[in-house]
Design a protein around this ligand. Sequence first.
Ligand code: MSP
Length: 665
Amino acid sequence: MPKQTYYITTAIDYPNAKPHIGHAYEKIIADVYARWHELLGNDVFFLTGVDEHGQKIEKTATAAGKRPKEFCDEMALHFQEMCKKLNICNNDFIRTTEKRHTKTALDIFQKAFDKGLIYKGTYTGLYCTGCEAYYTEKDLDNGNCTIHKRPCEKLSEENYFFKIGTFQEKIIKHIETHPGFVQPESRRNEILFRLKKEPLADLSVSRTSISWGIPLPFDKKHVLYVWFDALTNYLSGISYPTKKFQKYWPAQLQLIGKDIIWFHTVIWPAILMAAELPLPKTVFAHGFLTVNGEKMSKSLGNIIDPISVVNTYGADPLRFVLLRDVSAGEDGDFSEKALIDRNNTELADALGNLLQRTNVMVQKYFNGNIPVCGKQTDKEKQLEEAIPEISKLSELLNGYRWNQFVEHIWHYIHKCNKYINDTEPWKQSNDAERLATILYNLVEHLRIISILVYPIIPESSESIAAQIGQKRGTIKNVKFTKKTTGMVSSPKILFRKIETDKPQEPAHKPEDPFGALNLKVASVEKVEPHPNADKLYVVTLNAGNEKRTLVAGLKQYYTPEQLVGKHIIFISNLKPAQLRGVTSQGMMLAGEKNGVVKVLDASIAQPGEQVFIDGVTAHTAQITIDDFMKIKLTTKNKHVVYGEKPLKTKSGIITVDLEDNATIR
Ligand code: MSP
């Protein structure tokens, strides 16, 4: 049987500025659907892209001293990078300046033209460059566009017009007889109300006033109206009219924001009807994001760059908070505080700890081998019953309630944690079968969790599966079995807790390279000679809520007794490295001046405290030693400084008893 196809699209973004968190939000929601359908075994095609023509882009490019195409080439890279950073699994990324697109747009235009649905006339109207649309006086608020809150320009030009009214009754009928076509329900009612109010005026579908667009082949001073151009991306992106197009069209889900619903549920259907193509199954309009309760705007300087948020916190915490905290279909708010709260509670405490505790116990009691499941008690049966029903999860997503989908899965994760607390495996060491059964159950549930969280936090989903020695499965593997075997690997932290007592800088501030470096205070617990190297020590650090082992080249300068008990600074996000057969999980920082070497002194601070410089947020993403070498730290007045800024913790400034301009390594 051929797989069922599932074609999903997002709006294509205007690349007149870098992507913001609203763009990211839409891609993330679409990604959940694409990945869920992939798990279901469907043949998924997920399209996103950028909408590059139009006056707004032309003006912005000119202001930046660039040609529009050159400007778009640069900006498109940011949107592609956003998708990559967020782990968006789009199959293609369409740009409306690509030949494959312009050809399709003109084909569709020609179809309508050949049917006599397009004619030439003169148009005078009030044009909003923000919307790239003409309005009539009554659509405006005191002459201002209701969306962009600024005056519209009066323009008069020779245009081609599309007799969109030809399809008015047909569109109304379609919306009425296909309740799923416009979603959510409230939007459907709004559109129907508007459509039934008055006859649709013919739509101007070409422009002579601008040149940055697709020229009409038979009348080259006209370029195609940007919305006619942009909407057809949904066809060009699947190679209209080839077999690929026939396979995927009509789309199952077209996800857009609430501001562009008219274009997608009235103009787009009219274009499709003119081209005699079926309509998409569903157009769903999501709500708008605000930031800390305010609308994002350049003038408020509160535009959040999703790439920078991912660089600071990782993709999964951002994906999680946007999916979990914003009610599907409604407006919602983004704040770093909410992200940190969700990261620390639902991700680090609930999911991360579940994996960590299970993994550590399987290592401790069974040398990492997944034990065999023995006799199950009611507790295991209850936990098995807590596995979410796939039909329930599908119902939630099919009903566009993705925040409840997330909630439902986390309910199960919380139950797994409760199971650990109830069964207290650490107290079962004299009942080997019971201990094996409990730990088997935990691994097995983690295996199921790794599948269920795949649409939400894909990177962590793969990491959970890998850490319990399994390949991430698909929906058919979401059931409890007694057959899972293999070895768990040594535990790796899934989500680091983000400290909230350190100053948090908004993510939209320009990034300082120092932010890549995550320095922490630790106390030296143990110092032993390296088994294979004369000049090295193997040092055990206590960094608050974790221990680290690392290799340090300090043997010539310190005896073990001199080091033990010291509060030092180490790089906590350095990629682990093998140093002569010992894994080093970080690097202790020391300064050198004129042959004198001293470790940095954090005696004022407690193990685990974050080291920072004012105005920069530390990242948790791993760095390499080469990355570290690029960050120049030195000394001034016995302080350790980066530029002019002293390194400090919440308890005070870090010092080292060396002369100025020492090298810190
Ligand atoms: N280029 C048009 C869409 C053409 S689709 C054929 C466009 N671009 S946009 O860049 O302005 O918006 C792209 C998408 O992002 C839209 O779906 C829009 O609703 C969404 N969002 C823009 N700002 C948003 C928020 N603040 N919050 C959530 N989504 C937002 O419109």
